[in-house]
Design a protein around this ligand. Structure first.
Ligand code: SF4
Ligand code: SF4
Length: 94
């Protein structure tokens, strides 16, 4: 199932808020091979860097204010319960 997943990131819609990085349980400076990484230059859109580490929780999609994230084959994606670490991150921005 995982090999069918694609995350499309529309950089024209993206407002470079980096909230997808904050809420993603598989991203952040403390992660090895994070899925989403911030751009080197402030104000530029982040990159989807390591989709293999994506757990398909779709939290980034939930929180993207610009609707810049789209999942291909999302009908195949089983939503997972977001873990405690992700909930702590989310609580900082809502
Ligand atoms: S689906 Fe979940 S693990 Fe994958 S990039 Fe989005 S927030 Fe991160
Ligand atoms: S949450 Fe959406 S708008 Fe913000 S950086 Fe991520 S993709 Fe771009």
């Amino acid at each position: 199932m995982k090999k069918d997943l694609q995350i499309l990131h529309d950089k024209d819609r993206c407002v470079s808020c980096n909230e997808c990085i904050i809420v993603c349980p598989q991203s952040g400076e403390d992660k090895t091979n994070p899925v989403i990484v911030a751009a080197q230059h402030k104000g530029e859109p982040p990159e989807i860097n390591c989709i293999d580490n994506c757990i398909q929780c779709m939290t980034c999609w939930d929180f993207c204010r610009a609707q810049a994230i789209t999942f291909v084959n999302h009908h195949l994606v089983q939503r997972l319960v977001v873990n405690e670490e992700a909930l702590r991150k989310v609580s900082k921005i809502i």
